[in-house]
Design a protein around this ligand. Structure first.
Ligand code: NAI
Length: 448
């Protein structure tokens, strides 16, 4: 492997891109004041000294600032891509060249390379895992339960070369992990339910300062950004179908509406559907929405939300994309089978011609469109998500022994403190409860 390098082992596109990466990382860092504050403390206190972190995250400018914060805290960090299309190659190059952080990530890497990179993260021998989608923990899980055949080929072949003692050392060295996204948390909770989770996990996604902001405002804005950069579509007057009205879906729907689109929401949860309806959106089953939409965006975390029947019902020229974690929300195998021709028409836009001549356009190969054709979330919102990551890593280092093999929320005091620091950085002041108000809010008989 290693298309590299100086002294830092890596696999990145081109180390000559490092200069451009450096200034982009600095640019993102400017709007990450909370993380900066944590980095300054970490630099002094070194709370992560002796910690080996394998981070499987989108390799973006914001993640670079997180990696630098962890490094400032004394951690030995290796970074691998959590999606084949989300890597910013110049950022990867800069982390290696300027900061000596091993990065294994190349934008557009194939399936084999993706897992070869994940293997490099595992081989780092982490004490803390940091996942975005639980790929790293899942691979360790297959290893621990001896389901070697379920591992992707590059990991499987490597594992076969390890002695039992080496495998044992690798697994017993992990004290805990953190998870960034909804889909990862769902998988990890399933492991906990099945009694197979091997170490405690902190669900960063479930912190209020994460999903209420990152998923809603971050995914909302950057998904629209991804669509526009890929297509240059006019959203005003466009019929946009948003599948899923969770934290991401409500962000996407709200931003699309703000740009003048007519938004239709599809849901499977009656409560969420009701919220969408009362937020002013049309709500209908996907079968009906399929006929009406000009642009379809899936953000459900579910599989095959749009498939054969929906593609068949769509208008000529419909554009389809996904911003949920895995590229399974659109059934592209079905679309491929229905098509007589498939060609790239612009960067991140593929044209599928169906029998009969109808054309359907797919963005970013059905992978996270905000990271494939745009830059992912703005740094200002990732500031809070990654403040949660950094403080959760510190919490895990100090508390792992007291935790069970369960998925935990980010401690509430960390969550609140991040909100406080973010407000402070924005120069926003808020009121404090008076003593009387505190008492009133705790009582049942006062002031009646
Ligand atoms: P959520 O759980 O809040 O919302 C998902 C919604 O989809 C739920 O309301 C659910 O009822 C609905 N749903 C499930 N199956 C459906 C179906 N077949 N048709 C219509 N609706 C369906 O999850 P959240 O936080 O909104 O995340 C959604 C996905 O986005 C996850 O995969 C998550 O990991 C990913 N994500 C992506 C980001 C990005 O950068 N693009 C950032 C954050 C999360």
């Amino acid at each position: 492997m290693a298309r590299k390098t100086v002294e830092t082992p890596c696999d990145v596109r081109d180390l000559d891109l490092a200069r451009a990466g450096k200034s982009r990382i600095e640019w993102a860092g400017r709007t990450m004041p909370v993380l900066r504050k944590i980095a300054a403390r970490f630099r002094k206190e070194k709370p992560l000294a002796g910690t080996r972190i394998a981070a499987c995250l989108h390799v973006t400018t914001e993640t670079a600032n997180l990696a630098l914060t962890l490094q400032a805290g004394g951690a030995d960090v290796v970074l691998t891509a959590s999606n084949p299309l989300s890597t910013q190659d110049e950022v990867a190059a800069s982390l290696v060249s300027h900061h000596g952080i091993s990065v294994y990530a190349i934008k557009g890497e194939d399936h084999h390379t993706y897992y070869e990179h994940l293997r490099a993260g595992m081989a780092h021998g982490p004490s803390i895992t940091m996942d975005d989608g639980a790929d790293l923990v899942s691979a360790f899980q297959f290893l621990a339960t001896n389901r070697i055949k379920d591992l992707a080929a590059p990991i499987r072949e490597w594992v076969k070369t390890l002695s039992d003692a080496e495998r044992g050392k690798l697994l017993s060295g992990i004290i805990g992990g953190t998870e960034e996204t909804t889909t990862g948390v769902i998988r990890l909770k399933a492991m906990e339910r099945d009694g197979v989770l091997r170490f405690p996990i902190i669900a960063v996604n479930d912190a209020d300062t994460k999903h209420l902001f990152d998923n809603r405002y971050g995914t909302g804005q950057s998904t629209i950004d991804g669509v526009l950069r890929a297509t240059n579509l006019l959203l005003a007057g466009c019929q946009v179908v948003v599948c899923g009205y969770g934290w991401c879906g409500r962000g996407v729907a709200g931003k699309a509406k703000g740009m003048g689109a007519n938004v239709i929401v599809t849901e499977v949860d009656p409560l969420r559907a009701l919220e969408a309806r009362m937020d002013g959106f049309a709500v209908m089953p996907i079968r009906d929405a399929a006929k009406a939409g000009d642009l379809f965006i899936t953000v459900t975390g579910d599989i095959h939300v749009i498939g054969r029947e929906e593609f068949r019902a769509m208008k000529d020229g419909a554009i389809v994309c996904n911003s949920g974690h895995f590229n399974v929300e659109l059934d592209l195998n079905a679309l491929e089978k229905m098509s007589v021709k498939r060609r790239a028409i612009r960067p991140f836009v593929e044209e599928f011609t169906l029998k009969g001549g109808k054309k359907i356009f797919v963005l970013g190969e059905g992978r996270l469109v905000n990271l494939a054709s745009a830059e992912g979330h703005p740094a200002s919102v990732m500031d809070m998500s990654f403040a949660n990551q950094a403080l959760s890593a510190e919490f895990m280092k100090n508390n792992a022994k007291k935790l069970e093999k369960k998925v935990y929320r980010v401690p509430l005091d960390i969550d609140r403190e991040i909100a406080r620091l973010k407000l402070e950085s924005m120069g926003v002041k808020i009121d404090k409860l008076t003593r009387e108000q505190e008492k009133y809010l705790r009582s049942w008989d006062m002031g009646t």
